[in-house]
Design a protein around this ligand. Structure first.
Ligand SMILES: [Zn+2]
Length: 114
């Protein structure tokens, strides 16, 4: 599998994430509507917890969406799959399992624990 073929996976990822994000936005809108109708305190508390969870999921998806966009940007400049530290090609196998990997295994291992 070439890096060119691998970069095509990014568009599939982008499509998936856009669909997921749309679904979350729909859930959030629905939740806000339902919250307007009241209910007892426990219902409201549960509903707020649900809503916060959906919003936090949506925000995680947005972060991922930005990472995918950045990777697509690199692909358009022919830089997808090049390690951002040492400039070496990241092996195809690594990109297959981690399409958004920015570093080769060697450079990744030198990163401080996050
Ligand atoms: Zn490297």
């Amino acid at each position: 599998m070439t890096h060119d073929q691998l970069s095509k996976n990014l568009y599939i990822l982008q499509n998936n994430i856009n669909t997921e994000l749309q679904a979350k936005k729909f859930d959030i809108a629905k939740h806000r509507e339902e919250n307007g109708s009241g209910g007892d305190e426990v219902d409201v508390a549960n509903s707020i917890n649900d809503l916060n969870r959906i919003i936090s999921d949506a925000n995680k998806l947005k972060v991922k969406q930005r990472q995918i966009q950045a990777a697509i940007g690199r692909a358009e400049h022919g830089e997808y799959g090049l390690c951002i530290e040492c400039g070496e090609q990241i092996p195809a196998g690594r990109l297959l399992s981690l399409p958004l990997a920015l570093r080769c295994v060697d450079c990744e291992s030198l990163q401080p624990y996050r």
